[in-house]
Write a protein that binds this ligand. Structure first.
Ligand SMILES: NC(=O)c1ccc[n+]([C@@H]2O[C@H](COP(=O)([O-])OP(=O)(O)OC[C@H]3O[C@@H](n4cnc5c(N)ncnc54)[C@H](O)[C@@H]3O)[C@@H](O)[C@H]2O)c1
Length: 444
Protein backbone atom coordinates (compact mmCIF):
# COMPACT_ATOMS: atom_id res chain seq x y z
CA UNK A 1 0.00 0.00 0.00
CA UNK A 2 1.28 3.44 -0.84
CA UNK A 3 0.66 5.68 2.15
CA UNK A 4 2.79 8.56 0.91
CA UNK A 5 0.02 10.29 -1.01
CA UNK A 6 -2.09 10.30 2.11
CA UNK A 7 0.39 12.42 4.02
CA UNK A 8 -1.17 15.71 5.01
CA UNK A 9 0.63 19.02 5.08
CA UNK A 10 0.42 18.88 8.86
CA UNK A 11 2.70 15.84 8.72
CA UNK A 12 5.20 17.76 6.59
CA UNK A 13 5.87 19.87 9.62
CA UNK A 14 5.11 17.42 12.39
CA UNK A 15 7.85 15.18 11.12
CA UNK A 16 10.12 17.65 12.08
CA UNK A 17 17.39 17.90 19.87
CA UNK A 18 21.14 17.95 20.85
CA UNK A 19 23.19 20.24 22.69
CA UNK A 20 26.13 17.89 22.67
CA UNK A 21 26.90 18.02 26.35
CA UNK A 22 28.55 21.41 26.74
CA UNK A 23 27.56 24.18 24.38
CA UNK A 24 30.32 26.12 22.73
CA UNK A 25 29.63 29.82 22.20
CA UNK A 26 32.49 31.36 20.29
CA UNK A 27 31.77 34.67 18.51
CA UNK A 28 32.89 34.53 14.90
CA UNK A 29 35.33 37.06 13.58
CA UNK A 30 33.01 38.39 10.92
CA UNK A 31 29.50 37.92 9.61
CA UNK A 32 31.06 37.66 6.19
CA UNK A 33 31.88 34.09 7.18
CA UNK A 34 28.32 33.06 6.65
CA UNK A 35 26.26 35.86 5.13
CA UNK A 36 26.71 35.83 1.43
CA UNK A 37 24.93 39.14 0.86
CA UNK A 38 25.25 42.66 2.20
CA UNK A 39 21.95 42.49 4.12
CA UNK A 40 21.19 40.21 7.05
CA UNK A 41 19.23 37.65 5.05
CA UNK A 42 20.21 34.10 5.92
CA UNK A 43 19.92 32.15 2.69
CA UNK A 44 18.83 28.54 2.94
CA UNK A 45 19.04 25.67 0.45
CA UNK A 46 16.92 22.56 0.86
CA UNK A 47 18.40 19.26 -0.32
CA UNK A 48 15.78 16.48 -0.21
CA UNK A 49 12.31 18.00 -0.64
CA UNK A 50 10.23 15.24 0.93
CA UNK A 51 8.19 15.21 4.10
CA UNK A 52 10.89 16.07 6.57
CA UNK A 53 12.69 18.46 4.28
CA UNK A 54 9.53 20.46 3.70
CA UNK A 55 8.86 20.52 7.43
CA UNK A 56 12.41 21.60 8.22
CA UNK A 57 12.32 24.37 5.59
CA UNK A 58 9.09 25.64 7.14
CA UNK A 59 10.63 25.58 10.60
CA UNK A 60 13.66 27.51 9.33
CA UNK A 61 11.32 30.13 7.85
CA UNK A 62 9.25 30.27 11.05
CA UNK A 63 12.21 31.29 13.20
CA UNK A 64 12.51 34.94 14.24
CA UNK A 65 15.48 35.48 11.94
CA UNK A 66 15.50 36.94 8.46
CA UNK A 67 15.54 33.63 6.63
CA UNK A 68 14.87 33.00 2.94
CA UNK A 69 14.70 29.69 1.16
CA UNK A 70 16.58 30.37 -2.07
CA UNK A 71 17.23 26.96 -3.67
CA UNK A 72 15.74 23.48 -3.73
CA UNK A 73 17.28 20.18 -4.84
CA UNK A 74 15.73 16.76 -5.15
CA UNK A 75 16.37 13.61 -7.11
CA UNK A 76 12.84 13.95 -8.52
CA UNK A 77 11.02 16.97 -9.91
CA UNK A 78 7.60 15.95 -8.55
CA UNK A 79 8.99 16.08 -5.00
CA UNK A 80 10.21 19.64 -5.53
CA UNK A 81 6.82 20.62 -6.87
CA UNK A 82 4.83 19.18 -3.96
CA UNK A 83 7.24 20.69 -1.45
CA UNK A 84 7.18 24.11 -3.14
CA UNK A 85 3.36 24.00 -3.17
CA UNK A 86 3.25 23.30 0.56
CA UNK A 87 5.81 26.01 1.33
CA UNK A 88 4.01 28.67 -0.69
CA UNK A 89 0.48 27.81 0.43
CA UNK A 90 -1.74 30.77 1.41
CA UNK A 91 -2.50 29.19 4.74
CA UNK A 92 -0.20 26.82 6.60
CA UNK A 93 -2.31 26.75 9.75
CA UNK A 94 -2.92 23.02 9.41
CA UNK A 95 0.78 22.57 10.20
CA UNK A 96 0.24 24.23 13.56
CA UNK A 97 1.81 27.54 12.45
CA UNK A 98 -0.26 30.61 11.68
CA UNK A 99 -0.56 32.57 8.42
CA UNK A 100 1.90 31.69 5.72
CA UNK A 101 5.59 31.93 4.86
CA UNK A 102 5.23 32.84 1.19
CA UNK A 103 7.40 35.93 1.50
CA UNK A 104 10.27 33.72 2.77
CA UNK A 105 10.27 31.45 -0.25
CA UNK A 106 12.36 32.83 -3.09
CA UNK A 107 12.98 29.85 -5.33
CA UNK A 108 12.48 30.70 -8.99
CA UNK A 109 12.53 27.98 -11.61
CA UNK A 110 16.26 28.43 -12.24
CA UNK A 111 17.08 27.57 -8.61
CA UNK A 112 15.11 24.29 -8.58
CA UNK A 113 17.53 21.48 -9.31
CA UNK A 114 16.90 17.79 -9.96
CA UNK A 115 18.99 14.65 -10.24
CA UNK A 116 21.97 13.20 -8.41
CA UNK A 117 24.09 16.36 -8.83
CA UNK A 118 21.34 18.75 -7.79
CA UNK A 119 22.73 19.13 -4.28
CA UNK A 120 25.92 20.83 -5.46
CA UNK A 121 24.01 23.45 -7.42
CA UNK A 122 21.60 24.25 -4.58
CA UNK A 123 24.28 24.32 -1.87
CA UNK A 124 26.24 26.93 -3.84
CA UNK A 125 23.47 29.53 -3.27
CA UNK A 126 23.14 29.20 0.50
CA UNK A 127 24.50 30.23 3.88
CA UNK A 128 22.73 27.33 5.57
CA UNK A 129 21.91 23.96 4.07
CA UNK A 130 19.12 21.61 5.12
CA UNK A 131 20.04 17.98 4.30
CA UNK A 132 16.98 15.74 4.36
CA UNK A 133 17.44 13.08 1.72
CA UNK A 134 17.47 9.39 2.68
CA UNK A 135 20.51 8.95 4.95
CA UNK A 136 22.75 7.04 2.51
CA UNK A 137 23.53 10.33 0.73
CA UNK A 138 24.19 12.32 3.89
CA UNK A 139 28.00 11.87 4.05
CA UNK A 140 28.40 13.08 0.44
CA UNK A 141 26.07 16.04 0.87
CA UNK A 142 27.48 17.00 4.27
CA UNK A 143 31.03 16.95 2.92
CA UNK A 144 30.05 19.26 0.06
CA UNK A 145 28.25 21.69 2.41
CA UNK A 146 31.17 21.91 4.83
CA UNK A 147 33.79 22.13 2.08
CA UNK A 148 31.83 25.06 0.67
CA UNK A 149 31.68 26.74 4.12
CA UNK A 150 27.96 26.37 4.90
CA UNK A 151 26.19 25.93 8.22
CA UNK A 152 24.10 22.76 8.28
CA UNK A 153 20.90 21.31 9.63
CA UNK A 154 20.93 17.62 8.75
CA UNK A 155 18.55 14.88 9.62
CA UNK A 156 19.48 11.69 11.38
CA UNK A 157 20.82 9.13 10.60
CA UNK A 158 23.93 10.63 9.04
CA UNK A 159 25.04 7.51 7.14
CA UNK A 160 24.13 3.87 6.54
CA UNK A 161 27.52 2.15 6.77
CA UNK A 162 30.87 2.41 8.59
CA UNK A 163 32.58 4.18 5.67
CA UNK A 164 29.83 6.82 5.67
CA UNK A 165 30.12 7.36 9.42
CA UNK A 166 33.90 7.76 9.07
CA UNK A 167 33.48 10.34 6.31
CA UNK A 168 31.05 12.33 8.47
CA UNK A 169 33.42 12.20 11.45
CA UNK A 170 36.31 13.40 9.28
CA UNK A 171 34.16 16.20 7.87
CA UNK A 172 33.12 17.14 11.42
CA UNK A 173 36.74 18.08 12.10
CA UNK A 174 36.72 20.48 9.17
CA UNK A 175 33.39 21.95 10.31
CA UNK A 176 34.93 22.59 13.73
CA UNK A 177 38.00 24.27 12.26
CA UNK A 178 35.77 26.48 10.12
CA UNK A 179 33.40 27.15 13.07
CA UNK A 180 30.39 26.08 11.06
CA UNK A 181 27.29 25.34 13.16
CA UNK A 182 25.84 21.89 12.63
CA UNK A 183 22.57 20.69 14.13
CA UNK A 184 21.57 17.03 13.67
CA UNK A 185 17.87 16.16 13.82
CA UNK A 186 18.04 13.99 16.93
CA UNK A 187 15.41 16.28 18.31
CA UNK A 188 15.12 14.81 21.79
CA UNK A 189 18.22 16.87 22.63
CA UNK A 190 16.12 19.98 21.92
CA UNK A 191 13.05 18.76 23.79
CA UNK A 192 12.34 20.34 27.18
CA UNK A 193 11.41 17.13 29.00
CA UNK A 194 14.59 15.33 27.91
CA UNK A 195 16.73 18.33 28.79
CA UNK A 196 15.20 18.52 32.26
CA UNK A 197 15.65 14.78 32.84
CA UNK A 198 19.24 15.00 31.62
CA UNK A 199 20.03 17.85 33.99
CA UNK A 200 18.85 15.65 36.90
CA UNK A 201 20.46 12.37 35.85
CA UNK A 202 22.67 12.38 38.94
CA UNK A 203 19.56 11.47 40.95
CA UNK A 204 19.92 7.87 39.72
CA UNK A 205 23.63 7.54 40.55
CA UNK A 206 25.85 5.68 38.09
CA UNK A 207 24.10 4.30 35.02
CA UNK A 208 24.44 0.52 34.97
CA UNK A 209 22.00 -0.48 32.20
CA UNK A 210 19.29 0.79 29.90
CA UNK A 211 16.40 -0.36 27.74
CA UNK A 212 15.44 1.22 24.43
CA UNK A 213 12.38 0.49 22.28
CA UNK A 214 11.07 1.46 18.84
CA UNK A 215 8.24 -0.97 18.35
CA UNK A 216 5.31 -0.16 16.08
CA UNK A 217 3.49 -1.14 12.91
CA UNK A 218 6.09 -0.01 10.39
CA UNK A 219 6.10 2.53 7.58
CA UNK A 220 4.98 3.28 4.01
CA UNK A 221 5.73 1.15 0.95
CA UNK A 222 6.12 2.60 -2.57
CA UNK A 223 5.30 -0.18 -5.01
CA UNK A 224 7.31 -0.71 -8.18
CA UNK A 225 5.96 1.07 -11.28
CA UNK A 226 6.30 -0.63 -14.65
CA UNK A 227 8.50 2.04 -16.28
CA UNK A 228 11.05 2.49 -13.48
CA UNK A 229 14.70 1.55 -13.73
CA UNK A 230 15.95 -0.47 -10.74
CA UNK A 231 17.73 2.65 -9.47
CA UNK A 232 14.58 4.78 -9.64
CA UNK A 233 12.51 2.07 -7.97
CA UNK A 234 14.94 1.79 -5.04
CA UNK A 235 15.16 5.58 -4.69
CA UNK A 236 11.35 5.83 -4.56
CA UNK A 237 10.99 2.88 -2.18
CA UNK A 238 14.12 3.82 -0.25
CA UNK A 239 13.10 2.62 3.20
CA UNK A 240 13.60 -1.02 2.16
CA UNK A 241 17.19 -0.77 0.89
CA UNK A 242 20.11 -0.61 3.25
CA UNK A 243 22.38 1.62 1.16
CA UNK A 244 19.67 4.28 1.31
CA UNK A 245 18.02 3.65 4.68
CA UNK A 246 20.23 1.46 6.85
CA UNK A 247 17.26 -0.72 7.99
CA UNK A 248 14.76 0.51 10.57
CA UNK A 249 17.19 -0.05 13.45
CA UNK A 250 19.26 2.75 11.92
CA UNK A 251 16.51 4.89 10.42
CA UNK A 252 14.24 5.15 13.48
CA UNK A 253 15.62 3.30 16.46
CA UNK A 254 18.66 5.61 16.34
CA UNK A 255 16.58 8.12 18.33
CA UNK A 256 16.35 5.80 21.35
CA UNK A 257 19.92 4.50 21.12
CA UNK A 258 21.11 8.09 20.92
CA UNK A 259 19.24 9.06 24.10
CA UNK A 260 20.98 6.30 26.02
CA UNK A 261 24.40 7.29 24.61
CA UNK A 262 23.68 10.90 25.58
CA UNK A 263 22.68 10.12 29.17
CA UNK A 264 25.46 7.59 29.53
CA UNK A 265 27.97 10.09 28.17
CA UNK A 266 29.70 7.58 25.93
CA UNK A 267 29.42 5.14 23.06
CA UNK A 268 29.47 1.38 22.73
CA UNK A 269 32.40 -0.98 22.40
CA UNK A 270 30.64 -4.09 21.11
CA UNK A 271 27.25 -5.56 20.27
CA UNK A 272 25.59 -8.87 19.58
CA UNK A 273 21.99 -9.63 18.81
CA UNK A 274 19.34 -11.36 16.76
CA UNK A 275 16.71 -10.38 14.25
CA UNK A 276 14.87 -11.35 11.09
CA UNK A 277 11.79 -10.91 8.88
CA UNK A 278 8.53 -12.40 10.10
CA UNK A 279 6.06 -10.33 8.09
CA UNK A 280 8.15 -8.30 5.64
CA UNK A 281 8.07 -10.84 2.89
CA UNK A 282 6.58 -8.95 -0.07
CA UNK A 283 8.41 -8.00 -3.25
CA UNK A 284 8.34 -4.36 -2.22
CA UNK A 285 9.92 -5.13 1.15
CA UNK A 286 13.44 -5.06 -0.27
CA UNK A 287 16.09 -6.43 2.06
CA UNK A 288 15.46 -5.02 5.54
CA UNK A 289 14.43 -6.95 8.64
CA UNK A 290 11.26 -6.29 10.63
CA UNK A 291 12.74 -6.95 14.10
CA UNK A 292 16.07 -6.65 15.88
CA UNK A 293 17.11 -7.29 19.48
CA UNK A 294 20.59 -6.14 20.38
CA UNK A 295 22.71 -6.25 23.51
CA UNK A 296 25.15 -3.32 23.36
CA UNK A 297 28.11 -3.11 25.76
CA UNK A 298 29.68 0.11 27.04
CA UNK A 299 33.36 0.20 27.98
CA UNK A 300 32.54 0.13 31.73
CA UNK A 301 30.53 -3.09 31.33
CA UNK A 302 27.08 -1.52 31.49
CA UNK A 303 24.60 -2.83 28.97
CA UNK A 304 22.00 -1.29 26.70
CA UNK A 305 19.26 -3.73 25.67
CA UNK A 306 17.62 -2.51 22.52
CA UNK A 307 14.60 -3.78 20.65
CA UNK A 308 12.92 -2.48 17.53
CA UNK A 309 10.06 -4.08 15.67
CA UNK A 310 7.89 -3.16 12.69
CA UNK A 311 5.10 -5.72 12.93
CA UNK A 312 1.43 -4.67 12.79
CA UNK A 313 -0.76 -5.91 15.64
CA UNK A 314 2.06 -6.12 18.20
CA UNK A 315 2.78 -3.99 21.26
CA UNK A 316 3.69 -0.42 20.36
CA UNK A 317 6.34 1.33 22.43
CA UNK A 318 8.85 4.04 21.55
CA UNK A 319 10.74 4.89 24.71
CA UNK A 320 13.89 4.67 26.84
CA UNK A 321 14.47 3.51 30.40
CA UNK A 322 17.78 4.34 32.06
CA UNK A 323 18.75 2.40 35.16
CA UNK A 324 21.25 3.60 37.72
CA UNK A 325 22.64 2.53 41.08
CA UNK A 326 20.07 4.68 42.94
CA UNK A 327 17.07 4.85 40.59
CA UNK A 328 15.59 4.94 37.11
CA UNK A 329 14.79 7.55 34.48
CA UNK A 330 11.56 6.84 32.60
CA UNK A 331 11.97 9.06 29.55
CA UNK A 332 8.50 8.60 28.05
CA UNK A 333 6.74 9.27 31.34
CA UNK A 334 9.26 12.09 31.93
CA UNK A 335 9.96 11.10 35.52
CA UNK A 336 12.71 9.82 37.78
CA UNK A 337 12.08 7.23 40.49
CA UNK A 338 14.16 5.53 43.16
CA UNK A 339 14.26 1.73 43.27
CA UNK A 340 11.24 1.60 45.60
CA UNK A 341 9.12 3.44 43.01
CA UNK A 342 9.14 6.76 44.87
CA UNK A 343 8.97 9.61 42.33
CA UNK A 344 12.01 11.85 42.75
CA UNK A 345 11.16 14.16 39.87
CA UNK A 346 8.21 14.57 37.52
CA UNK A 347 8.47 16.86 34.50
CA UNK A 348 5.39 19.05 33.98
CA UNK A 349 4.36 17.90 30.50
CA UNK A 350 2.34 21.11 29.99
CA UNK A 351 5.73 22.79 29.54
CA UNK A 352 6.73 20.54 26.64
CA UNK A 353 7.95 22.35 23.52
CA UNK A 354 8.07 21.51 19.84
CA UNK A 355 11.64 20.20 19.55
CA UNK A 356 11.60 20.34 15.75
CA UNK A 357 10.97 24.08 15.87
CA UNK A 358 13.48 24.51 18.73
CA UNK A 359 16.26 22.98 16.60
CA UNK A 360 15.80 25.72 14.02
CA UNK A 361 15.08 28.55 16.47
CA UNK A 362 18.35 27.87 18.28
CA UNK A 363 20.43 27.23 15.16
CA UNK A 364 19.29 30.33 13.27
CA UNK A 365 19.54 32.55 16.36
CA UNK A 366 23.17 31.49 16.78
CA UNK A 367 23.93 32.10 13.11
CA UNK A 368 22.26 35.54 13.17
CA UNK A 369 24.39 36.50 16.20
CA UNK A 370 27.56 35.21 14.60
CA UNK A 371 28.00 32.56 17.28
CA UNK A 372 29.56 29.16 16.85
CA UNK A 373 27.38 27.13 19.17
CA UNK A 374 26.39 23.81 17.63
CA UNK A 375 28.58 20.87 16.75
CA UNK A 376 26.17 17.95 16.85
CA UNK A 377 27.98 16.02 14.13
CA UNK A 378 30.20 13.80 16.25
CA UNK A 379 27.30 12.70 18.40
CA UNK A 380 25.05 12.23 15.35
CA UNK A 381 27.72 10.14 13.63
CA UNK A 382 28.47 8.00 16.70
CA UNK A 383 24.81 7.32 17.42
CA UNK A 384 24.45 6.39 13.73
CA UNK A 385 27.42 4.05 14.19
CA UNK A 386 25.73 2.49 17.22
CA UNK A 387 22.70 1.60 15.11
CA UNK A 388 24.78 0.43 12.13
CA UNK A 389 26.76 -1.83 14.50
CA UNK A 390 23.44 -3.20 15.80
CA UNK A 391 22.27 -4.03 12.27
CA UNK A 392 25.57 -5.71 11.41
CA UNK A 393 25.33 -7.74 14.64
CA UNK A 394 21.81 -9.01 13.92
CA UNK A 395 22.54 -9.67 10.25
CA UNK A 396 25.70 -11.67 10.98
CA UNK A 397 24.84 -13.18 14.35
CA UNK A 398 28.40 -12.36 15.41
CA UNK A 399 29.87 -10.00 17.98
CA UNK A 400 30.60 -6.66 16.31
CA UNK A 401 33.34 -4.46 17.74
CA UNK A 402 33.15 -0.68 17.40
CA UNK A 403 36.80 0.10 16.65
CA UNK A 404 37.16 -2.73 14.16
CA UNK A 405 33.98 -1.76 12.34
CA UNK A 406 34.75 1.94 12.19
CA UNK A 407 38.19 1.20 10.76
CA UNK A 408 36.82 -1.41 8.35
CA UNK A 409 35.94 0.96 5.52
CA UNK A 410 32.87 -1.21 4.81
CA UNK A 411 30.70 0.63 2.30
CA UNK A 412 27.34 -0.50 0.96
CA UNK A 413 26.87 2.50 -1.35
CA UNK A 414 26.71 2.28 -5.17
CA UNK A 415 29.87 3.13 -7.10
CA UNK A 416 27.89 5.11 -9.69
CA UNK A 417 24.86 7.33 -9.26
CA UNK A 418 22.90 7.21 -12.47
CA UNK A 419 19.29 6.27 -13.26
CA UNK A 420 20.51 3.39 -15.42
CA UNK A 421 23.26 2.19 -13.06
CA UNK A 422 22.66 -0.95 -11.00
CA UNK A 423 22.32 -0.42 -7.24
CA UNK A 424 24.41 -2.65 -4.95
CA UNK A 425 21.52 -5.09 -4.41
CA UNK A 426 19.33 -6.34 -7.24
CA UNK A 427 16.35 -8.72 -7.29
CA UNK A 428 16.42 -12.33 -8.49
CA UNK A 429 14.13 -13.57 -11.27
CA UNK A 430 11.23 -13.76 -8.80
CA UNK A 431 11.78 -10.13 -7.85
CA UNK A 432 13.17 -11.01 -4.39
CA UNK A 433 16.28 -9.45 -2.88
CA UNK A 434 19.03 -11.28 -0.98
CA UNK A 435 18.33 -11.18 2.77
CA UNK A 436 21.08 -11.32 5.40
CA UNK A 437 21.31 -14.71 7.17
CA UNK A 438 22.81 -14.88 10.67
CA UNK A 439 25.65 -17.41 10.71
CA UNK A 440 26.11 -17.08 6.94
CA UNK A 441 26.42 -13.33 6.38
CA UNK A 442 29.99 -12.27 7.14
CA UNK A 443 31.67 -8.89 7.31
CA UNK A 444 35.24 -9.96 8.02
N1 LIG B 1 13.96 13.58 13.22
C1 LIG B 1 12.82 13.04 12.89
O1 LIG B 1 11.94 12.82 13.71
C2 LIG B 1 12.56 12.66 11.46
C3 LIG B 1 11.26 12.47 11.00
C4 LIG B 1 11.08 12.12 9.68
C5 LIG B 1 12.16 11.93 8.83
N2 LIG B 1 13.41 12.12 9.31
C6 LIG B 1 14.60 11.90 8.46
O2 LIG B 1 14.56 12.75 7.32
C7 LIG B 1 15.12 12.07 6.20
C8 LIG B 1 14.12 12.12 5.05
O3 LIG B 1 12.95 11.43 5.42
P1 LIG B 1 11.54 11.80 4.74
O4 LIG B 1 10.50 11.15 5.57
O5 LIG B 1 11.46 13.24 4.48
O6 LIG B 1 11.66 11.01 3.34
P2 LIG B 1 11.01 11.44 1.96
O7 LIG B 1 11.10 10.26 1.06
O8 LIG B 1 9.68 12.07 2.17
O9 LIG B 1 12.01 12.58 1.44
C9 LIG B 1 13.31 12.33 0.99
C10 LIG B 1 13.51 13.16 -0.27
O10 LIG B 1 14.87 13.11 -0.67
C11 LIG B 1 14.90 12.99 -2.09
N3 LIG B 1 16.19 12.44 -2.50
C12 LIG B 1 16.60 11.15 -2.48
N4 LIG B 1 17.87 11.06 -2.89
C13 LIG B 1 18.28 12.31 -3.19
C14 LIG B 1 19.50 12.86 -3.67
N5 LIG B 1 20.58 12.10 -3.91
N6 LIG B 1 19.58 14.19 -3.89
C15 LIG B 1 18.49 14.98 -3.64
N7 LIG B 1 17.31 14.51 -3.19
C16 LIG B 1 17.21 13.20 -2.96
C17 LIG B 1 13.71 12.10 -2.38
O11 LIG B 1 13.34 12.15 -3.75
C18 LIG B 1 12.67 12.66 -1.44
O12 LIG B 1 11.95 13.71 -2.01
C19 LIG B 1 15.49 10.67 6.68
O13 LIG B 1 16.83 10.63 7.03
C20 LIG B 1 14.63 10.48 7.91
O14 LIG B 1 15.19 9.61 8.86
C21 LIG B 1 13.65 12.49 10.61
Amino acid sequence: MNNENKTSRREFVKNAAVLTGGVIAVPLASHANFFSGADDTIKVALVGCGHRGTGAAMQACLTKQNVKLVAMADAFRDRIDSSYKALTADDISETGASGNIKNKIDVPEERKYTGFDAYKKAIAHADVVILTTPPGFRPIHFEEAINKGKHVFMEKPVATDPAGVKKVLDTAEIAKQKKLNVVVGLQRHYQNSYRELYSRKNLIGDITSAQAWWNNDGVWVNERKYNQTEMEYQMRNWYYFNWLCGDHIVEQHIHNLDVVNWFKGGYLVKAQGMGGRQVRKGKDHGEIYDHHYVEFHYADGSILNSQCRHIPGTMSKVDELIIGTRGKIFCGAANIQDHTGKVLYQYDTKKENDPYQAEHDELFAAIAKGEYKFSDTENGAKSTMTAVMGRMATYSGKVMEWEKLLASGISIMPKTFDWNALPPVVPDEDGKYPIAKPGVTKYF
